[in-house]
Design a protein around this ligand. Structure first.
Ligand code: AMP
Ligand code: GLY
Length: 423
């Protein structure tokens, strides 16, 4: 099978790494990929928003199967276009991707199907949103409706902050068109975890749970990022809680989306708050998480290709998934300054030594190759991932690899996995 992966991050490197192991894969392409992916796949210089370019590449390279990594092309309808052209694709249609692309859609969907989540209200007029905040009080959460690269969520400890957040999103349009509407939510408390399921429109196969570290600073402090590290399994996600998540959140979503005429096919990523009254949904994403995907791929024992291919084929009821009896942990190395502006083009040395650490693999997240040199190309640059008997061993191996990397312009958090390690 000739396979094309769309995307360029650590998630896509991990997907290519897993796909490349499959005996079913005869040729692997990635658009646009990165310097690490280039050692596994033929990288095509096509950006993820160029649907016409991806369609043309599928014809040129006689692609049999496409796996879409990031949310943006999913929300923009890449899967609809590919499937209309007869190319089986792993990912949801634009209509189903609204579970991530519109927070208002997601909240109304949950309300219709009785899925446990924060109480909320939607507003398209700033004054009405402000009046609502004045009535219900704080703490409260203000969210831009549309995609905002993970930044459109503002946690407001008091009413003044919430009023300012509404102005920032709706009046100043800090997140552009994503701020045409706001969702205002109850502030939930508890421990957070991410849960993943592969869904073919009818059947949901659990892929397990992970925890990530969104804040840039140690002790989960400082501004939020795309994720500074992750580990799996997540101790907070006991089998009883996983069962509850499947029953109260994942399965009602599968049946609800199908009943409403836009069956969900792809990876459903539920961001959860484990509250005293059970797991409640914070948000849905319609794709693998980055860097959560890296730890899921490190733990996956089964051949991933038949699994992913069962999504468009709607044959997930016939597959079995096997996992290594191991924990996995990933540490993100970012360019100094991230999540703010960063310098590009700094050189990274000694990646081979890091890759050679037992059970460790260096996934690239934002790199490019120039001559024989590997250069940093973005905010999150590397995602160093390791497996171990438990989170402690995975942690130690990952940091052993991190410490071999020679990149003075980069940094990482030293405390990835602290929740799992504290006992
Ligand atoms: P999101 O982009 O929706 O995942 O939100 C980013 C982060 O904001 C989440 O990981 C939570 O830590 C936090 N968050 C979002 N919604 C809520 C909520 N209703 N209550 C408490 N925290 C929230
Ligand atoms: N790590 C969070 C995300 O992929 O959205």
């Amino acid at each position: 099978m000739r396979i094309l992966v769309v995307g360029s991050g650590g998630r896509e490197h991990a997907l290519c790494w897993a796909i490349k192991r499959s005996p079913v894969c005869s040729a692997l392409f990635c658009a646009p990929g990165n310097a690490g992916i280039a050692s596994l796949a033929t990288c095509l210089p096509i950006t993820v928003d160029d649907i016409d370019g991806i369609m043309a590449a599928c014809r040129t390279h006689t692609i049999d199967f496409v796996v879409v990594g990031p949310e943006m092309p999913l929300v923009a309808g890449m899967v609809d276009r590919l499937e209309a052209a007869g190319i089986p694709t792993m990912g949801p249609s634009a209509a189903a991707a609204r579970l991530e692309g519109s927070k208002g859609f997601m909240k109304d969907f949950c309300a219709r199907h009785d899925i446990p989540t924060a109480h909320y209200a939607r507003f398209t007029v700033a004054d009405a949103a402000k009046a609502y905040v004045e009535t219900v009080g704080a703490p409260i959460v203000v969210k831009a409706d549309g995609l905002a690269a993970g930044k459109g969520v503002i946690l407001c400890p008091n009413v003044a902050d919430a009023l300012a957040a509404i102005d920032m999103i709706m009046t100043d349009r800090a997140f552009g068109a994503a701020g045409g509407e706001v969702v205002i939510e109850e502030f939930m408390t508890g421990e957070e975890a991410s849960f993943f399921a592969l869904i073919d429109g009818k059947t949901a196969v659990p892929l397990g749970a992970a925890q990530d570290h969104k804040a840039v600073g140690e002790g989960d402090t400082g501004p939020n990022t795309g994720g500074m590290g992750a580990y799996a399994p997540a101790p907070v996600m006991t089998q009883a809680i996983i069962d509850q998540v499947m029953e109260t959140i994942i399965l009602p979503t599968v049946t609800g989306m199908a009943a409403e005429g836009h069956p969900f096919k792809g990876v459903l990523f539920a961001g959860l708050m484990i509250t005293t009254s059970g797991p409640r949904l914070i948000e849905f994403n319609v794709r693998f998480g980055d860097p959560e995907c890296q730890v899921l791929m490190a733990r996956l024992k089964s051949d991933i290709v038949p699994l992913l291919r069962a999504v468009p084929d709607q044959t997930l009821d016939q597959v079995d998934v096997e996992w290594f009896d191991a924990a996995a942990l990933t540490v993100v190395m970012a360019a100094k300054g991230y999540p703010g502006p960063v310098a590009k083009g700094t050189e990274i040395h000694n990646l081979e030594a890091a890759d050679a650490v037992t059970e460790a693999v260096v996934f690239h997240a934002g790199t490019r190759q120039e001559g024989g040199r590997i250069l940093a190309e973005g905010g999150r640059v590397l995602s160093i991932t390791a497996r171990g008997r438990d989170v402690r061993e995975a942690h130690d191996r990952a940091y052993q690899a991190v410490d071999l990397i020679d990149w003075p312009e980069g940094f990482c958090r030293r405390d990835i996995g602290w929740r799992a390690l504290k006992t």
